[in-house]
Write a protein of this length. Structure first.
Length: 293
């Protein structure tokens, strides 16, 4: 994967992998011409046009199954399936852009939609309209209509530089391709892409950050503080949100933490709504944040 264009002082240009952005041993000054962090690249016009055309065909299929499916129907399904698959693999330069344009579906919904689009394609190819009809209902239950229409609307939710209402927000992981184990883990009340763009606009930043992952959470500020405490042994500086840790390890720790937090909150709410038998409320202290409820 080529990550940056480098020009030496003499004006010649070379292409190099992200790993050699740190060029202290080469002895010549270089200029990094990469404009976007990994995942944040804008869609190419050709890809955007093909995706929009494919989405319109898929929407027409979801409205009414074709009596005589053609290769154009099958190709459109495959292309749209590929857009949801890239959200799962996160291995393309524009994956985060596509994710936001589709309305930021969760990995659960992206998996479900990708899998069921594959099932629908096979059913239509085999003229198994009963299976295709069942799969259509499943796809609609997975909110595919919302995501596809958001893409056609150019991600209206994504382009708004607006804050989430209340304390909810996003936890994010950013990193560069040059230093993939140096992660910025923080929170924002606005779309993560907006926050990443702000960070990449900072004076003195050489290599742009890419969005590696994000989670929508309640009480985002509290979650951020608890996560920073969880990652304290990996923190590079106490006054910065940077941590030296493998991305997959960090992502697993965050997923495990959020899973425990959901279970704890669910149990907590059940306790608060109960009573001690005499009608008095039961007050509990959260084992994660040590706050009383």
């Amino acid at each position: 994967m080529w990550a940056a264009q480098l020009s030496d002082v003499g004006g010649s240009t070379v292409r190099c992998p992200a790993q050699v952005v740190a060029l202290g041993d080469i002895g010549s000054m270089v200029r990094v011409a990469a404009k976007w962090g990994f995942g944040n690249a804008p869609l190419k016009n050709s890809h955007k046009a093909k995706t929009e055309a494919s989405i319109r065909i898929v929407l027409s299929i979801l409205e009414r199954l074709p009596d005589d499916p053609t290769i154009h129907h099958l190709d459109a399904i495959s292309h749209v399936k590929g857009q949801f698959t890239r959200l799962i693999k996160q291995d393309q330069w524009d994956w985060s852009t596509v994710w936001h344009l589709l309305g930021r579906p969760s990995r659960h919904f992206a998996h479900g939609i990708s899998n069921n689009l594959g099932i629908m394609r096979t059913a239509l190819k085999d003229r198994d309209f009963e299976a295709a009809s069942r799969t259509k209902d499943t796809l609609i239950s997975l909110n595919i209509l919302k995501y596809l229409n958001l893409f056609l609307a150019q991600g209206s939710e994504y382009t708004k530089n607006s804050k989430q209402s209340g304390p909810s927000g996003y936890i994010y992981i950013l990193s560069t391709r040059a230093l993939p184990t140096y992660l910025k883990i923080g929170m924002t009340h606005r779309p993560v892409a907006i926050r990443a763009k702000e960070i990449n606009s900072a004076t003195g930043l050489i290599i742009p950050f890419g969005i590696r992952a994000s989670w929508r959470v309640d009480n985002a500020k509290d979650v951020e503080q608890e996560l920073h405490h969880l990652f304290v042994e990996y923190r590079i500086r106490v006054d910065r949100e940077f941590f030296e840790i493998d991305f997959h390890q960090a992502s697993k720790l965050i997923n495990d933490y959020l899973r425990r937090r959901r279970v704890s909150r669910k149990t907590l709410l059940q306790d608060v709504r109960g009573n001690d038998g005499d009608g008095s409320s039961v007050q509990k202290t959260c084992r994660l944040c040590e706050k009383s409820y």
